[in-house]
Write a protein that binds this ligand. Structure first.
Ligand SMILES: Cc1ncc(COP(=O)(O)O)c(C=O)c1O
Length: 368
């Protein structure tokens, strides 16, 4: 319906009756959490689907990020991007570490590997890059730098479910990768997340850390948190996974429709998806350039006036939040590209249930 509000995203929900048999199983076996049968099945199903060696489920992506840094024994300073969701840097701060912001590449909008080395100090122990909007970082360049300086790499891959590069899953790069299954994500379990890791030993350590650091009935060795995914969320994930093809196809179609309708609008720059990858079309970011008759905020407001709720992801930059703004690396002069892009970006509504009429309405408002 053209006049209904159009939000930036809407969670995908399978038919309710398909979920009932999963609930009946949970009610029958009475195991609600702590690695029950649904949890075990989902870990296996997701590892197979994504083509990754080991996957540990979490109750959200933020707890997974916190635990990933803890599992890697990261100390001191962590190099990261200011152009992301608050949880990226918050996970660093919560671990008692210092984020060091490095500017982004103007095309990919991911951390610019050319600028990483200048930010390394004797206290640097890790890099936390983000595959922003699901567009892969320059994983080869980041690995070279990390190997040279003996740094851990923990990817915030919250947006990168199902994304592949020429070598397979993008989630296999770095020491660990972290997914979010929040309601707004391509694959959701209402709330949820996961750490992708290379081997069973690392996974066992992560499993202990997500369960308070408990090793056995009488042994607690580390200050772990409660990161466990419940059976109800895991069951929902199993059902969602059966619908992924339709979800991804719907998103491809939305992205293609926008590209066709907006490619030639003067001043509208579509953030390019990297070639040679399987994209998940998790977001549809555009940049509002100087040739466009309105500023980004004027267009954002005009869309609102038409009941279209686009979002300015990622504005403000994380580095402008009060807990980070006094850091030396948070200065705008250190982050000119991110500062500029944050003023230009607008993420258009993108989810599989958008209709032709919805997409035409969005394009028409942008086209003026
Ligand atoms: C880049 C990024 N990192 C981390 C998170 C945190 O994930 P969660 O909401 O599952 O805790 C999100 C989104 O929610 C995100 O967009």
């Amino acid at each position: 319906m053209a006049d209904e509000p159009i939000f930036v995203t809407q969670p995908y929900l399978p038919p309710l009756e398909e979920f009932t048999p999963y609930l009946e199983q949970i009610w029958a076996n009475k195991q609600l959490t702590n690695g029950g049968p649904m949890h075990q099945q989902l870990e296996q199903a997701l590892s197979d689907y994504l083509g990754v060696p080991e996957l540990a489920l979490f109750n959200n992506g933020t707890n997974a990020l916190l635990t990933a840094l803890q599992a890697m024994n990261v100390t001191g300073e962590v190099i990261t991007t200011p152009y992301s969701f608050a949880a990226t840097a918050h996970s660093i701060l919560w671990n008692g570490l210092t984020p060091v912001f490095v500017d982004i590449d103007p095309v990919t909008l991911n951390i610019d590997p050319k600028k990483i080395e200048a930010a390394i100090t004797p206290n640097t122990s890790a890099i936390m890059p983000v595959h922003c909007y699901g567009n892969p970082c320059d994983v080869t360049a980041i690995k070279q730098i990390a190997d040279k300086h003996n740094l851990r790499v923990v990817y915030d891959a919250a947006h990168a479910f199902g994304v592949e590069d020429a070598g397979g899953s993008i989630l296999c790069h770095g020491d660990l990768s972290v997914l979010s299954f929040h309601a707004t994500k391509v694959f959701n379990t209402f709330e949820g997340g996961a750490i992708i890791c290379p081997d069973t030993k690392t996974k066992q350590h992560i499993n202990n850390l997500k369960n308070f650091g408990i090793v056995d009935e009488v042994t607690v060795t580390e200050t772990g948190l409660n990161g466990k995914m419940s059976e109800i969320n895991a069951a929902f994930g199993l059902l969602q996974l059966q619908h992924m093809e339709a979800v991804l196809e719907g998103r491809r179609w939305v992205a293609q429709s926008y590209r066709e309708q907006l490619s030639d609008v003067p001043g509208i720059i579509i953030v390019p998806a990297k070639e040679q990858i399987v994209s998940n079309n998790s977001y549809f970011p555009i940049l509002i350039g100087p040739e466009y008759p309105l500023s980004r905020d004027e267009l954002y407001q005009k869309m609102k006036d038409h009941n279209i709720f686009a979002r300015r992801y990622f504005y403000p930059l994380i580095s402008d939040f009060p807990m980070y703004s006094s850091l030396k690396s948070a200065k705008q002069s250190n982050l000119p590209v991110a500062t500029h892009v944050a003023k230009q970006v607008l993420c258009l509504p993108a989810y599989p249930d958008l209709t032709d009429a919805d997409l035409n309405k969005v394009a028409k408002v942008i086209n003026g």
